[in-house]
Design a protein around this ligand. Structure first.
Ligand code: OOG
Ligand code: NI
Length: 467
């Protein structure tokens, strides 16, 4: 039997290959990566404590390697097969995001690794949306879009074959994995040749810009790749110095001592040359399309349901005071409202933990390791209080629907419609996917529980040695 390459290794290599491809396609992404690398190095120079913590958690290496991407699919079969493609790399669908509340005609999930070891090796994730064609009101146009999508296959025959092989055998060996990476990459590549005429593109575009982006091309080109920064405010401030224009407002929570969840900002989508189908057999008509952009993110601690509910309420309240405008004219007002409104969210890890608002990874302290022969209770809160056990934030690995809507909108033109759409349907999404999406809270809880179990087991060994 041949040796399989680990799914995490395939994912890490795929992530690097995708990053290289996107840097060639969108050079500004390369500039952004450089800026993020500089800022991250600077943050760690100035904050040796943070650096030590990241090192201790074995998380330092992943920072500069870390990124997420996004694609938009056109038909249920594409979602079904992309789930199988991502499974080859150890990525599973987590969470359901309904973007209809923001007037965006898609629903989405995030494919990502889920266990602790896999997340350490490469936390690469892909925000994956499925277009909701049923929202095209014009029957003829909807049928035309369906027919166009029915004709395309976004996966190469070899990618399909290797997905099947991996499913049948339980993995891929080195040579197959290399081929798989090359073939899978084809699905995400940019194609400047549209599959439709200019007139069709225009009609799709008039229904919604996103519909034109999904339906008019051969495949679901990766539309952004997002490196992780340790100081998003610094990157936002420095972008213009490097010739990059950021969107007006950083999405998510306000700046804090202890980052929570996720903050994100992007630069505007580029206007790119494309070629429409012409009337003549092989004729082409020059055109323009905007779709691909760059984004950065800063990740913080994952919140428990109670903390998340508080976050959602506070964000709603801030937006009630000031709706951030795309032209940046009220950014200062919005940021002020956000800061003020978020006061009830404690800004220390100890308090977030004490109030049961966030997830933590527990470990034995030096004192815990020396707890030989002491009368130590098994209750984690007491162990923490007495200094036997320490805790570190568990990083949020998922996305935020309001933020995602803001990222979509910043790249759909400033006057994109914000009307609410008919609520989308999770059952429809999951039946296309071929299974349920995982519950993000359950995953974080499992990570926290495992760390508590490990601490208690270690402590039991320490105490057994003593007696
Ligand atoms: C996805 C936008 C959402 C994020 O980071 O929240 C997203 C898209 O534009 O396709 O990537
Ligand atoms: Ni994104």
């Amino acid at each position: 039997m041949s040796d399989f390459l680990s799914k995490s290794e395939i994912r890490a290599r795929f992530c690097r290959a995708m990053s290289d491809m996107y840097r060639d396609e969108v050079p500004l992404y390369g500039d952004l990566m450089e800026l993020v690398r500089d800022v991250n190095a600077d943050v760690m120079d100035k904050n040796p404590e943070l650096k030590a913590r990241l090192e201790a958690l074995d998380n330092l290496d992943r920072i500069s390697e870390e990124r997420h991407g996004a694609i938009r699919l056109g038909k249920p079969e594409e979602l079904f097969t992309i789930r199988r493609l991502f499974a080859v790399m150890g990525m599973e669908p987590v969470g359901y995001y309904d973007l209809s509340v923001a007037g965006i005609p898609v629903h989405s999930t995030a494919f990502r690794p889920t266990d602790g070891e896999a997340l350490k090796r490469s936390p690469f994730r892909v925000f994956t949306s499925l277009l909701r064609l049923e929202l095209i009101e014009d029957d003829a146009l909807r049928q035309e879009a369906e027919a166009i999508l029915a004709r395309r296959d976004i996966f190469t025959p070899r990618a399909r074959a290797l997905i099947e092989k991996s499913e049948a055998d339980g993995g891929l060996d080195e040579a197959d994995a290399a081929t798989f990476i090359t073939e899978a990459l084809e699905t995400f590549r940019w194609h400047s040749d549209a599959t439709v005429s200019e007139a069709t593109y225009q009609r799709l575009h008039d229904a919604h810009r996103l519909i034109a982006d999904v339906v008019s091309f051969k495949g679901p080109h990766i539309n952004h790749l997002t490196p992780r920064t340790l100081d998003i405010d610094a990157v936002q401030r420095l972008m213009p110095e490097r010739g990059i224009t950021p969107k007006a407002v950083i999405e998510g929570p306000p700046p804090r001592q202890c980052p929570i969840l996720l903050r994100q900002t992007s630069f505007k989508a580029l206007e790119e040359q494309i070629a429409f189908l012409g009337d003549a057999e092989d004729g082409r008509v020059a055109g323009r399309h905007t779709a691909r952009f760059g984004e950065i993110e800063q990740r913080g601690v994952a919140l428990k349901p109670k903390g998340r509910q508080l976050y959602d309420e506070l964000l709603d309240a801030a937006r009630g005071l000031a709706q951030p405008k795309a032209d940046g004219s009220n950014t200062a007002d919005y940021m002020r409202a956000l800061r003020e409104v978020f006061a009830p969210m404690p800004d220390s890890y100890a308090e977030l933990r004490a109030q049961d608002l966030a997830y933590f990874h527990y470990f034995l302290t030096d004192k815990g390791r020396r707890a030989v022969g002491l009368e130590v209770s098994g209750d984690i809160a007491t162990l923490v209080a007495e200094g036997y056990v320490g805790f570190d934030p568990i990083v949020y690995e998922d996305f935020l629907p309001v933020s995602a809507a803001g990222i979509f909108q910043s790249n759909l033109g400033d006057n994109a419609a914000h009307d609410r759409l008919v609520k989308s349907n999770r059952d429809v999404f999951e039946s296309a996917l071929g299974g349920p999406v995982a519950d993000e809270f359950a995953m974080y809880q499992a990570l926290e529980d495992a760390s508590i179990a490990a601490v208690l087991a270690e402590l039991a060994i320490v105490r057994a040695k003593a007696s």
